[in-house]
Design a protein around this ligand. Structure first.
Ligand SMILES: CC(C)(COP(=O)(O)OP(=O)(O)OC[C@H]1O[C@@H](n2cnc3c(N)ncnc32)[C@H](O)[C@@H]1OP(=O)(O)O)[C@@H](O)C(=O)NCCC(=O)NCCS
Length: 190
């Protein structure tokens, strides 16, 4: 079986987390996690809207499953290994298999910020992308002013490449994003 077709290859264990494909059964807990984080998600992520309801979460999960089945966007639920709590999501999105290039996304539920979980999960996702999926370049786009996310990108050792102007519509307005990149050849990946 080709590596990309083997579902077992899509589970990643880091020190405290299991990264695994989001599934239909995650809907309720994912929804609670989204609601507690919503003001921050709306500020920085294009898919989040004020008034996000249960149907939006279900729609989001349908999109996630489509992304997985087409292998164009892989969204991982971050399950804490001891408590089984869903603490956030990372993603490899806009995957271009011909250039072996993808974008990295991450968010952590508000009640679990400041524990190093984003850094741990992003590191594991990058390792998976480079070492197991064979990607060569992974980009992170961080909105100007999103200090927490800039700190995560810096901790990961991502290289700052420049400013992408009006590169995303978030909560009805264009935002400029700083583009960062990491290469498979930058260092040894987990
Ligand atoms: C960005 C986000 C994922 C960070 O999650 P987190 O789990 O709290 O981050 P971590 O605990 O792993 O922090 C990693 C580093 O960033 C630093 N950091 C975290 N938040 C920070 C902030 N607001 N300002 C400055 N530094 C910050 C931490 O101190 C840590 O550095 P350290 O190891 O030297 O202490 C979280 O704030 C979030 O979900 N935000 C909303 C969604 C979002 O913006 N996603 C990113 C889109 S590009």
């Amino acid at each position: 079986m080709h590596a990309l077709e083997d579902p077992s290859i899509d589970e990643i264990d880091s020190e405290r987390l299991r990264l695994r494909p989001l599934r239909r059964g995650d809907a309720s807990e994912l929804h609670r996690a989204i609601l507690e984080t919503l003001p921050d998600l709306c500020r920085w992520l294009p898919w989040a809207r004020p008034g996000h309801g249960k149907l939006d979460t279900r729609r989001y999960l349908r999109g996630v499953r489509l992304g997985w089945s087409r292998r164009i966007a892989l969204e991982f639920g971050l399950e804490e290994r001891t408590s089984r709590e869903l603490v956030g999501v990372t993603s490899l999105h806009r995957i271009d298999w011909s250039r072996r290039c993808a974008g990295l996304g991450y968010w952590i539920r508000r009640s679990r910020w400041g524990e190093g979980l984003a850094r741990e999960a992003a590191e594991a996702t990058l390792g998976h992308g480079f070492s197991r999926l064979g990607l060569h370049r992974i980009e992170i786009q961080v909105a100007v002013g999103n200090h927490a996310s800039h700190a995560v990108a810096a901790k990961l050792g991502a290289r700052r490449e420049g400013l992408a102007r009006d590169s995303e519509i978030v909560d009805g307005a264009y935002l400029d994003h700083v583009q960062y990149s990491l290469l498979s050849t930058d260092r040894v990946w987990p």
